[in-house]
Design a protein around this ligand. Structure first.
Ligand SMILES: Nc1ncnc2c1ncn2[C@@H]1O[C@H](COP(=O)(O)OP(=O)(O)OP(=O)(O)O)[C@@H](O)[C@H]1O
Length: 315
């Protein structure tokens, strides 16, 4: 099932074209990563999806139904973790949760249960009576998440939820996102931290200047930019002419050896892996063999590369 379908979305702010015919589809059960530099259009896209911002043209459907600003029944199935922390600093953790829970019409025992569950989820159970102003930045971000999941949304949209926090809170947030997804929530996760998207997202769209540059699983994106295979072979013992032997194979570009490990860079189209395996196994027993892929950061830089236009670049 398509949870969100965005078709040819166009959004202008006066002279700025923030979304330029943008299309994407989020399927049920995905952690859908939207990666892009500052000013790429991520927040604008999210606000349009949520029905918080009118757009110039295009179509948005959520759970197969057209989204518009008045669709309370659709909105009640969506949670938003906004980029800016939205909490009452003079109220305690528990009071904030009670307030946000009441906005979702949660009351009595159900509200109490959900608050306990959400606090446990973000590991803040022992902070419930602390005023928000006395929490660390990371704790505030975690409470922001707890407030957005009280109504157990089917779709959770997280807009850069880990900006400016410590490593411990970041880890807790990433783990809680994965856990929430395992329990059935579809998640849209925007970030410009590439390694976070790489770790948690099952599908990724890289956007810039209001357009989708590429979309796919991490593996698909890696394949798109990688012309070469990086093959790491561990052997029982290195034999004297292994480098020359491998280098004589068509398509092999580089061979490095260290201890009992051989790292081979070979053109995907030219080199035949069988020839490489044969050449190595003639001289020694192969203990293990592994194909390494480029990191998502390499993919991102290759695709967005010089194309990056961040806020203020043209000023
Ligand atoms: N209210 C607004 N009025 C005018 N221009 C805006 C407004 N909001 C965003 N923009 C512009 O639209 C473009 C997309 O901005 P948006 O905030 O959606 O990007 P983003 O990818 O979320 O960036 P960031 O990571 O910095 O939040 C930018 O050029 C931005 O300057």
């Amino acid at each position: 099932m398509d949870v969100v379908k965005v078709e040819n979305l166009v959004k202008r702010y006066k002279d700025t074209l923030a979304l330029d015919n943008l299309s994407l589809t989020v399927k049920e059960g995905e952690i859908f990563g939207i990666l892009g530099p500052n000013g790429a259009g991520k927040t604008t896209l999210i606000n349009c999806i949520l029905g918080l911002l009118p757009y110039d043209s295009g179509k948005i459907t959520i759970f197969d139904r057209a989204m518009d600003i008045n669709r309370a029944n659709l909105k009640s199935q969506i949670g938003l973790v906004p980029q800016d922390i939205a909490l009452y600093s003079n109220l305690t953790v528990q009071e904030n949760l009670t307030f946000f829970g009441s906005l979702y019409n949660l009351k009595g025992n159900i509200l109490k249960e959900r608050i306990d569950w959400a606090l446990e989820f973000v590991m803040l159970s022992d902070m419930r009576n602390v005023r928000v102003k006395n929490l660390s930045g990371g704790m505030k971000r975690r409470l922001n998440i707890a407030c957005s999941i009280l109504h157990k949304p089917r779709l959770l949209i997280m807009d850069e939820p880990t900006v400016g926090i410590d490593a411990n809170s970041r880890r807790l947030i990433l783990d809680s996102v994965k856990k929430l997804n395992k329990e059935g929530t579809t998640i849209i996760y925007t970030s410009h931290y590439i390694e976070e998207v790489e770790e948690i997202c099952s599908f990724i769209s890289i956007i810039n200047r209001g357009r989708v540059l590429v979309s796919g699983t991490k593996e698909k994106l890696q394949d798109m930019v990688s012309e070469d295979n990086l093959i790491v072979i561990k052997v029982e013992e290195l034999f004297w002419n292994v480098v020359d032997k491998l280098k004589s194979i068509r398509g092999v570009k580089e061979v490095l050896t260290k201890d009992r490990q051989i790292t081979i860079t070979a053109g995907k189209r030219e080199a035949d892996i069988k020839d490489i395996v044969n050449a190595v196994s003639e001289g020694s027993r192969i203990i293990s063999m592994e194909f390494k892929k480029p990191t998502l950061e390499m993919v991102y830089l290759t695709i967005v590369g010089n194309n990056i236009k961040e806020e203020g670049d043209e000023k």
